[in-house]
Ligand binder design. Structure first.
Ligand code: NAI
Length: 457
C-alpha cells in the first residue's frame, strides 16, 4: 500500500511546506540493494583507548574487511576532511564508570550533523550482568537510554541501534559482527532504537560462507506465506539461498501456489492449528527438500474486540493460531528430533504484545506469549546449537493495516521516529538475518521492526 504523504514530502514543493508548518518529514528509506555500498559514505569509529589495541580496533578491522572507508577517532580528536559520514560506530565496551562515556558520546555529538541521509549510528557496548558493581551496571544500562534517545534525535531516514555483548562475547566475534553488518546495511531500514544482545554462541565455521547467499543449502518453512509479510519472508529467504516451503490454509491455495512458484519452492496447504501440523510440515520438508533448518512462525490473525464484548470464539481463534499452533509445531519438531543441524526458529510477535493495545487483549496475550515461549525455546534449542528469536513488527503496510480507517492510519504511520509505516520486506530482512547461520549467538531475543514506534519500549 502506498503512503502518498511520504511520496509528496520526500522532495518537491511539499517538502518546503511541511518544513515551514513543522509537519513530519519522512524520507524514502535506504533498503537492501546488492549493487549499492553497505553504507552511504565513510565510517567513523569512535571510542577505545589511545594506548592499546582494543575492541574499537577489532571493529575497525572488520569494517575494513568489508571494503569500507574507515576512520578512527579516539578521545576528542576527530579526523578532518569528511563531509558526510555513512555511519558512526561508537565502541564503549570498556567503559567502567559513567564518566567514561563523556569522550565518545560528545565526539559522536560533534559529528551527528555530518551523518548522511539514511546513515547509521551503531553503539557496541556490554549488556549489564548479574555480577556488575553498581557503577558498572549504571554505565552499561545507561548506554540503552542514551541509544534510544539518540535514535529519536536522528532525521532523514538515519537510524541508531546497538550491539550489546553479553558475558563471554567479544566485539570481533562472528555474531557481533553479523549484528553490526545488519544494522549498518539497508536490510535494517525500519529497525530503529533497538539493542540486540549478542552472546558468544557455539563455535561456527565461516569457511566458504557467502554473505550474499547466507542460507544456501538450508531448507526453510514459512507459515502464513500466501500473502503479506509471510510471502515477503519466503521471497527474502529464497533470495538468500534457502529452499522454501510455504504453508497456508487451503482457502488461500491459489495465492500460495503463486508464491511457491515465484520462489521456486513448494507449497503445503495446511491449517497450522491442526493436531498433526508439525508432523505434516516435517514430512513435507524431508520428502521434498531433504531436511529442515529454518522455521518461521508467521501465520497470525486478528479478532479485535474490547474484552467486555469478546466472544469465546474470538479469544480462542487468536490464541489457537498465533500461539498454541507455534507451541505445538515446535514442540513436535523438537520431540522427534526433526530439525537438521542447528535450527533457527523465528516467531512473529508484535509491538501490541509489548505495549498492549485497546481492543486487542486476545492478540496482545498471544503475541506476549510468543515472546515468552521464544525465551524458553531458545534454552531448548541451545543444546542443538540453534537459536529461537522473535520479531515484533510495528505498523507495516499490509492488507491488514490498509483496513484501518484513514485518520488513525495516518496517525499510526507518523507515530514513530522514522515517521512512516514499514514495508513487509523490512520484517522479512530481520527474519532472514536471524535465520542466518551468521547470527548464531543471538538467541532468545525480540527484535522490533517498528521504526522506533513511540509505544512500548
Ligand atoms: P496477513 O493477514 O496479511 O497474512 C497472514 C497469513 O496467515 C494469511 O495468508 C493467512 O491465510 C495465514 N493464516 C491465518 N491463519 C492460518 C492458519 N490457521 N494456518 C495457516 N495459515 C494461516 O497478515 P500480515 O500482516 O502479513 O501479518 C503476518 C504476521 O505478522 C502475523 O503473525 C501478524 O500478527 C504479524 N504482525 C503484523 C503486523 C502488521 O502491521 N501487518 C504488525 C505486527 C505483527
Amino acid at each position: 500500500m502506498t503512503d502518498s504523504y511520504l511520496k509528496a514530502v520526500d522532495g518537491g514543493l511539499v517538502k518546503g511546506l511541511a518544513q515551514r508548518l513543522g509537519l513530519p518529514q519522512p524520507v524514502v528509506l535506504r533498503r537492501h540493494d546488492p549493487s549499492a555500498p553497505l553504507v552511504p559514505g565513510p565510517v567513523l569509529v569512535v571510542g577505545g583507548r589511545p594506548d592499546a589495541a582494543d575492541d574499537a580496533d577489532a571493529v575497525a578491522r572488520a569494517l575494513l574487511g568489508w571494503d569500507l572507508d574507515v576512520r578512527q577517532a579516539r578521545g576528542d580528536a576527530v579526523p578532518e576532511g569528511v563531509e558526510r559520514w555513512g555511519a558512526i560506530v561508537v565502541v564503549v565496551t570498556e567503559a567502567k564508570t559513567p564518566e567514561d562515556l563523556h569522550d565518545p558520546v560528545l565526539a559522536l555529538g560533534a559529528q551527528l550533523r555530518r551523518l548522511a541521509r539514511c546513515g547509521r549510528v551503531v553503539t557496541v557496548s556490554r549488556a549489564p550482568g548479574d555480577g556488575d558493581s553498581p557503577a558498572l551496571a549504571a554505565t552499561r544500562a545507561g548506554v540503552e537510554g542514551f541509544l534510544r534517545s539518540v535514535a529519536k534525535e536522528l532525521r532523514a531516514g538515519a537510524t541508531a541501534n546497538g550491539v550489546q555483548l553479553v558475558a563471554g562475547a567479544g566485539a570481533g566475534d562472528p555474531a557481533a559482527l553479523a549484528a553490526l553488518h545488519f544494522f549498518l546495511s539497508g536490510r535494517s531500514a525500519f529497525v530503529d532504537g533497538q539493542l540486540l544482545e549478542v552472546g558468544a554462541g557455539p563455535a561456527w565455521d565461516a569457511t566458504g560462507f557467502d554473505r550474499s547467499r547466507p542460507l544456501a543449502g538450508r531448507v526453510a518453512v514459512v507459515t502464513g506465506a500466501a500473502r503479506g509479510i509471510g510471502a515477503e519472508v519466503a521471497r527474502t529467504l529464497a533470495r538468500d539461498g534457502a529452499s522454501v516451503v510455504v504453508v497456508d490454509v487451503p482457502a488461500a491455495g491459489e495465492a500460495l501456489a503463486a508464491v511457491a512458484n515465484e520462489v521456486r519452492g513448494t507449497a503445503l496447504q495446511l491449517d497450522v492449528t491442526a493436531d498433526d501440523a508439525g508432523a505434516r510440515i516435517l514430512e513435507h520438508a524431508r520428502s521434498r527438500h531433504g531436511g529442515l533448518h529454518v522455521l518461521v512462525h508467521n501465520a497470525g490473525i486478528l479478532r479485535d474486540k474490547l474484552l467486555a464484548n469478546m466472544r469465546p470464539a474470538q479469544w480462542d481463534a487468536v490464541v489457537a493460531v498465533n500461539l498454541a499452533a507455534q507451541l505445538r509445531i515446535t514442540g513436535h519438531l523438537l520431540d522427534v528430533g526433526g530439525f537438521s543441524e542447528a535450527p533457527h526458529i523465528v516467531s512473529l510477535a508484535s509491538t501490541s504484545g509489548i505495549a498492549g493495545n485497546r481492543g486487542q487483549t486476545n492478540y496482545g496475550f498471544s503475541k506476549a506469549g510468543v515472546i515468552g515461549h521464544t525465551r524458553a525455546t531458545a534454552r531448548l534449542v541451545a543444546a542443538l546449537g540453534g537459536t529461537a528469536n522473535a520479531v515484533a513488527p510495528g505498523f507495516i503496510e499490509t492488507d491488514m493495516t490498509a483496513s484501518i480507517p484513514l485518520v488513525p492510519r495516518q496517525v499510526a504511520r507518523r507515530a514513530s521516529s522514522l515517521q512512516q509505516g514499514g514495508q513487509p520486506v523490512d520484517v522479512a530482512e530481520a527474519i532472514a538475518f536471524l535465520a542466518s547461520p551468521g547470527s548464531t549467538g543471538i538467541t532468545g531475543q525480540v527484535l522490533r521492526v517498528c521504526g522506533q514506534n513511540l509505544v512500548g519500549r
